[in-house]
Design a binder for this molecule. Sequence first.
Ligand code: AMP
Length: 490
Amino acid sequence: MDLDLDGDTLREECGVFGILDHPDAAALTALGLHALQHRGQEAAGIVTYGEGQFHSERHLGLVGDHYTDAATLARLPGSAAMGHVRYSTTGETVLRNVQPLFAELSEGGIAIAHNGNFTNGLKLRRELIANGAICQSTSDTEVVLHLVARSPQKSSADRFVDAIKQMQGGYALVALTRTKLIGARDPNGIRPLVLGDLNGSPIFASESCALDIIGAKHVRDVENGEVVICERKADGAVTIESIKPFPPRPERVCLFEYVYFARPDSIVAGRQVYTTRKHMGMNLAKEAAVEADVVVPVPDGGTPAAIGYAQESGIPFELGIIRNHYVGRTFIEPTQQIRAFGVKLKHSANRAEIEGKRVVLVDDSIVRGTTSLKIVQMIREAGAKEVHLRVASPMITHSDYYGINTPDPEALLANQHADLQSMCKYVGADSLQFLSIDGLYDAVGGIPRNAQEPQFTDHCFTGDYPTPLVDLVEENGRSPKQLSMLREAG
Ligand code: AMP
């Protein structure tokens, strides 16, 4: 979380990657980050250790824009590397916030990158600053660096563990020292992190798709609350040690990874994301059937669920919307006239498959409702007889504080309307249905939600936050945006 200037909250979405003991460490990291690009498109950074020192390249923009040329890779020598991709919603994506962040400590340098958010980051930051710490970025990752630096422990790994024991929230962290690559997941395992292997070189990555791109083996998930320390010993041998510094508890992966965030070809906590999304669509068809001529996905997010809906309902699946892949989230709409084209910059109706038809439109989620409103209108203008919007996740009623970029609660469509009917009227559909929470649990885990001990992190849909929201409560219920501004102010 950090400062946002454009009216949205600025909660970071990120991807992390690290590799130890490989001669092409930087190039492999660039490839891994490229596969994780969907987790963050505004900035990318790589840190390596080689030739007796750390090297760092951090840039605004896409991985492919900066890390494909030989000259850049030559500036990143060494057999150990880690990197980060980041998305935030504003021009305040300044270079000082781009990870990995690096610090010289008494026993050598350490670089740290994280995916997720700390829910007590602001409190800790204030305490650190009150005690004389100088913060150069507005990123929570810097708080971890300070805590590592101040730890009384001797080894860098022990200092790292000391630091994360003070942090609360949802995170996957990767750290690089002169000899070690460390990966850690928060006690609930909210954000994913996998351990891979490329011919003996250990790898950490946010998702398994980053291992596939470089032909590495997917060894296992880093477990919730686990710290995995990979070390290159003086004799050249690489060791892997696992530490469990937190009291054991059941894993609660964030359901939003399955709904929207992770790439469909990734395996998150043992489940193929594509398959879970198809199941969401199948369950949606069972729960919210409608007579129609064609099932149309809102690409790309809604596509697997739409396939599932079509298979379950027997209604033909067609690509009734074509997506322009060259419009990133960073697309700047320069004039009012261009802005008026709105969604058409990204999505176009495929009139031949829509005209005169009763359309079931399937999307993965509704956040503010902006996309739905525009797409329903576009489908109608393309001549659809009826438009039935089906959403492959429950209503989003609560903001995320663990690394998914959602707006403040009052901006969520579900909170702006008293009931489903009012929402349906707003988006202009003939009917609107969401997948139930049990339908989602069934699609992902095969069993209904256990209300006493939910098997997943599902606060966006239920308000059941798996950690205390320390900053939010201490600041008397200030909005995430206000918290971000406080953080900026120190
Ligand atoms: P909205 O237009 O605000 O209702 O956002 C819903 C659309 O954005 C859906 O088509 C989703 O596929 C997509 N979406 C869902 N979550 C996110 C997110 N965290 N960041 C960007 N897009 C998202």
